[in-house]
Design a protein around this ligand. Structure first.
Ligand code: MG
Ligand code: ZN
Length: 381
């Protein structure tokens, strides 16, 4: 009898443990986005002042494949700002040494027009520096800017301004910002400017060069000058739910600063953590980051529609997660993602364009062609 009670108790305990484990797993099903609030998307004019742009805003959604884009579109009930783009193509993302690129080689291909090895920041396969589109624009007297949700010294933004053999050299990358005339940069990475092995305090050096340093989003939002370094986090910014609308606000501020230059401007804006969602097979994060990115694009499109001389390009450096979508709902915004990888994949990524020169960005192209096209349109004079 005692034995029977013992085994019955054992059975109940095991059953309880089993059921709580199953519940915990269900609660943690990050591949399912259950739907949330949607925002209103505006339609913008398709008529522009000229055929060639005076300004270019390039958006890079890190890790954004077609599925990530469509997850965002579904979550926002079938509409995204990016859908204002009528010219659409695909970009081939392979690097010089790998079929599957990383963000450093991917961004360097776009910024310099040269395919290079994974990990390279603004240098070619021989590790020699190559001038970036941002540096070329600056030399021609245009205003320039970088905005990112990650550290501003992280691979994607770094590849537009720095020249280092490895993406891990974030202190060296921070020092490269001082070698340029960039007008505005906003992202995380304060520590790489201040807590350095070489003892330099780059924030003080930036101030001596005329930059205002701001660490709070409200101050960045209300900034009225011409030279701003916004460093909103010690390293990367936190996820969407904690950082708020840092990316749309920073994009808006950057455009406000850059448009003061009569010769025009080049701005790169990165939505960094779409990639993290892909790595984590986390559809909730993919959607949150995708919607944040799209709202930043909305800020640029609003300016471009009004201004009539601004080309807005939206693309990615590579796809992350081998993501697809197995179910969804335009009524509730639900998205059921599925993944084939926790890394990057080799598939083509979409490219969308709006404004004067947008028709250049149709068809299938190399990621390096993006550099050539921007250069031809923006810097031909
Ligand atoms: Mg990145
Ligand atoms: Zn990644």
């Amino acid at each position: 009898m005692k034995q029977k009670i013992k085994s019955a108790v054992f059975f109940v305990v095991v059953a309880l443990l089993f059921s709580t484990t199953v519940t915990a797993q269900q609660n943690k099903d990050l591949t399912l986005y259950q739907g949330g609030e949607a925002y209103e998307v505006k339609s913008f004019t398709q008529t522009f002042k000229s055929d060639s742009p005076k300004n270019v805003v390039l958006f890079i959604g890190d890790g954004m494949g077609v599925a990530h884009f469509y997850a965002g579109l579904t979550a926002n009930r079938g509409d995204l700002f990016i859908q204002n783009c009528k010219y659409i193509g695909f970009s081939k993302t392979y690097s010089s040494n790998r079929y599957v690129t990383d963000s450093a080689a991917g961004a360097t291909a776009i910024s310099t027009g040269t395919k290079t090895y994974n990990g390279a920041i603004g240098v070619g396969p021989d590790k020699n520096p190559i001038k970036t589109i941002l540096e070329e624009a600056s030399e021609k007297g245009l205003a320039t800017g970088l905005v990112s949700t990650s550290s501003i010294t992280h691979a994607t933004p770094a590849s537009f301004i720095a020249h280092q053999a490895s993406r891990s050299q974030e202190e060296d990358i921070a020092a490269d910002f001082l070698k340029t005339d960039i007008d505005v940069f906003i992202g995380g990475g304060y520590d790489f400017f201040t807590k350095r092995e070489d003892g330099r305090n780059l924030v003080n050096e930036l101030m001596r060069k005329g930059y205002t340093i701001e660490r709070e989003l409200s101050k960045i939002e209300n900034y009225k000058g011409k030279k701003l370094a916004g460093l909103t986090a010690p390293k990367g910014n936190p996820r969407m739910s904690e950082r708020g609308n840092m990316l749309p606000i920073s994009t808006h501020t950057a455009i406000k600063i850059l448009q003061q230059n009569e010769k025009g401007f080049f701005l790169m804006v990165e939505g960094s953590f779409i990639d993290s969602g892909g790595h984590g097979n986390n559809t909730v994060q993919v959607v949150e980051e995708m919607l944040d990115f799209d709202q930043a694009v909305g800020k640029a499109l609003e300016f471009a529609a009004e201004n009539g001389e601004t080309l807005v390009i939206i693309t990615a450096d590579h796809e992350t997660g081998g993501m697809t979508i197995n179910d969804g709902s335009f009524e509730t915004g639900m998205v059921k993602g599925a993944y084939t990888s926790t890394g990057h994949t080799g598939v083509m990524v979409p490219i969308f364009a709006y404004g004067p020169g947008a028709s250049e960005f149709i068809g299938i192209m190399e990621n390096t062609d993006i550099h050539a096209k921007i250069k031809k349109l923006l810097l031909k004079k």
